[in-house]
Design a protein. Structure first.
Length: 108
């Protein structure tokens, strides 16, 4: 129970920070909604951790609910890193193309 309270306090801190960033226009609308849903879902999972353990057991996993969430979050992080790497490569190609065009114009 103590760990749940600590986790909820941390989530509340991030929610307050998110709303502050939205107020100061540091976060866009879609990003705000994504992180709001993320933190609200995280809070709900912390509150319903016992029920999550039961659900995981019913689905046939041998680990506890928190372990399954950890595995799932690592997989999602790897996917997000992969997407970020693709966007970075695309940006690098676009920058190279722009620099090449500028260099050709200056050469003339």
């Amino acid at each position: 129970m103590f760990q749940q309270i600590i986790a909820l306090i941390i989530i509340l801190y991030f929610l307050i920070k998110l709303f502050w960033q939205r107020k100061n226009k540091q976060v866009g609308g879609a990003e705000f909604v994504f992180w709001l849903m993320f933190w609200l879902l995280s809070g709900l999972i912390v509150i319903l951790i016992k029920e999550l353990d039961i659900l995981v057991a019913v689905l046939g996993f041998s680990a506890s609910g928190i372990d399954v969430l950890l595995y799932l979050s690592v997989a999602v992080l790897f996917y997000l890193i992969f997407r970020l790497r693709l966007k970075l490569e695309k940006s690098e190609r676009e920058i190279t193309k722009i620099v090449r065009e500028i260099a050709l114009r200056e050469k003339r």
